[in-house]
Write a protein that binds this ligand. Sequence first.
Ligand SMILES: Cc1cc2nc3c(=O)[nH]c(=O)nc-3n(C[C@H](O)[C@H](O)[C@H](O)COP(=O)(O)OP(=O)(O)OC[C@H]3O[C@@H](n4cnc5c(N)ncnc54)[C@H](O)[C@@H]3O)c2cc1C
Length: 378
Amino acid sequence: MSGEYDVAVVGGGLLGSAIAWGLGRLGKKVAVLDEGDITKRASRANFALVWVQSKGLGMPAYTVWTVQASQAWSRLASELKQQTGLDVALQQNGGFHLTLGEEEFGQRTELVKRMHNQTGAADYRMEMLSASEVKKSLPLIGPDVSGGSFCPLDGHVNSLRTFRAFHTGFREFGIDYLPERPVSAISKHGGEFSLTTPKGELRAAKIVLAAGNANQTLAPMVGLYAPMGPTRGQIVVTERTMPFLPHPLTTIRQTDEGTVMIGDSKEDELDDRTLKHSISAVMTDRAQRMFPHLSRLNVVRSWAGIRVMPQDGFPIYDQSETHPGAFVACCHSGVTLASNHAFEIARMVAQGALEPELVGAFSASRFGGAGAANKSGY
Ligand SMILES: Cc1cc2nc3c(=O)[nH]c(=O)nc-3n(C[C@H](O)[C@H](O)[C@H](O)COP(=O)(O)OP(=O)(O)OC[C@H]3O[C@@H](n4cnc5c(N)ncnc54)[C@H](O)[C@@H]3O)c2cc1C
């Protein structure tokens, strides 16, 4: 393999694809190197929320970044539609986090208060609603629902179609997508990076490491740091049903095709092949208490996926000091942040510098060696 590129993006998941697409949009010559089909890929397993509420507790800059992403999503959806003809089914009319029982309602109220008290965070108008207020928007909720929080900036999308749209867009931008090219070594000579793959070397002026959890091992090759602590999530999908859910929930959403997705488990295990039925049972039980009519639906699919999870839950974006031109990007909420990756991160990589006022808070220097566990949620 040979050829010179302006930028080589390592990792063709949602994050690498969004950045590569954004770079192609700016006229850069880009290659995307990806691993094989049997790797663990968060981008094919996610819940597809474009989610703002509860993001950024402990890091106000993450709230600002997420709100910006939410606001830029419609531009991304419309550019992808114009370019590829694919409708990514973006719906952004607000989302709910429902609570069951008074204790959960109290805990959520406390969280909303803490979010609002954070100085420096963007105002995303997350508010608590009583069960009767929730019922006005979601008339089919069951008697166990005690209320919930609502944020008008929340939404969801068809994330697999978004993924496909980025890859379809690659062709028009002349981006080379190179599967079966796991990068095993990276070096820099004479201002150019050389990437080792089983199919030969590839050279590029800049590189972006967007290899999900594998960034952990790739980043140190170019003087970068990406501490991760991946978690697993399970999702259950029902057969298609009548439209009943005009807003997505943190744990339930009705897709544009009519199926109902139930999700949001967080497990320590890292096996994405074996499903734990005890976990599916808890998720579906809670879903049925929220919407009793769901008990009449059959489950048609179920899967587990491994999240890309920086150690404190917040994104990592950095440029190497020892290897200028090498960038690392990883985050949990790659669906939500896809617009920022396509427009902002791509622009900054193209110009050769990350802008501290936008992404300075996300440097891995914040870990100082050992990141503390935190929850960013989606
Ligand atoms: C169950 C679940 C639910 C989720 N729900 C949401 C949600 O509702 N909203 C949201 O915003 N986010 C959600 N996410 C997170 C979101 O899916 C991820 O943030 C996003 O997909 C991360 O994309 P990525 O490209 O970083 O990682 P991945 O999709 O894992 O892609 C990494 C890519 O790098 C490749 N790779 C690895 N090593 C190498 C190498 N050495 N060389 C070349 N290529 C390599 C892999 O093959 C892979 O294709 C969820 C995730 C899961 C698992």
